[in-house]
Ligand binder design. Sequence first.
Ligand code: AMP
Ligand code: MG
Length: 395
Amino acid sequence: MKSVDAHLADILATVRPLAPLELELEQALGATLAEEITSPVPLPPFDNSAMDGYAVRAIDIADVPVTLPVIDDVAAGADGLRAVGPGHAVRIMTGGPLPAGADTVVPVEWTDGGTVSVRIDRTAAEGNAIRLAGEDVRAGAVVLKPGTVIGPAQLGIIAGVGRRRVLARPRPRVAVLATGAELVEPGQPLGHGQIWDSNSFTLTAAARSAGADGFRAPTVGDDPAVFLERLDAQLLRADVVVTSGGVSMGAYEPVKEALSPLGTVRFEKVAMQPGMPQGFGTVGDDQVPIFALPGNPVSSFVSFTLFVRPALDQMRGLTAGPPATVTARTTAPLRSPAGKRSYLRGMLGSDGSVAPVHGQGSHQLAALAAANALIIVPEDVTEVPTGEQVEVIRL
Ligand code: AMP
Ligand code: MG
């Protein structure tokens, strides 16, 4: 049997980072920046008020209380301002450009709020409540580096420096295709021998959680020819395909039957539990990576976590490797088959303990949904006593 590490290494040796594209801001969330972002102007571009109040000369409010005539009203976005001369005040709003002559802003709370004249009760030092041009970003300064994942705040600064598009590696498009003649769409009635399809929802959501765009295709039965047709349709829009089911040793294994003859997808036994049967390779003219994951719900989810997620990281141009682990103390004895690495579902506590959940079968989806961690038991370990330290993947 192939080791988990060797399987992941093969995958990461095959999968390439996606080519950068010019993305509109609206499409850039979750993409990975492939250029340096600089600001063409200082930010803020001009000196402006940090508060609603009055722009004055500090010298004129050295002694308070003092009443000054209000000679102008400056809202944010205002233009054609009058200068503040000796003894003048200008009413100003947050973000309003500071009029020439003024060197301080008195917050409205320190005044009577007048619009014709204003009584100022508290003095303010020069520069009070003024945001200076270039205080956030100097003109020409780098605000984001290549390799940065664009989150909401990063998107904000890209827009904030006036950019409409950015060169970035897009979120990978993941087509999810579940197979199985027994599958019924949730919401539809269940006949005898049927189950509701859950894997395609889990895997699509897992792809989205991993920073990709997941698309769920309608489920396919167990006919290899139909599977190939559906796969072909998905290849038009996918950077990577994830299938579930149809890869085991039984009959009616459409994914294995359809892809084996192509010679570009290998079906192997990986020394892990759950998730032993794994298919991986490339398909189509564009050599789109395909993950043929086992059908058992826990198996397909664990396989996604161990193999698909790192591959998506690599496609995004990020550092890719096995999932990060933390050390925890098991609250119950653990068992694992010899020669296989187990990923047991567990509940990681805030006290550094981890409790295996009840129901460790690879079909026991409710137990997976109740877990927040995968407990790793290495290949050469068959029993772990209570209280022992174990490595754990947070979910
Ligand atoms: P297979 O890998 O196709 O042999 O399926 C293994 C087990 O997983 C069977 O019990 C299937 O009914 C179940 N299974 C396969 N696909 C799905 C799915 N999309 N949702 C839920 N269970 C599934
Ligand atoms: Mg099946």
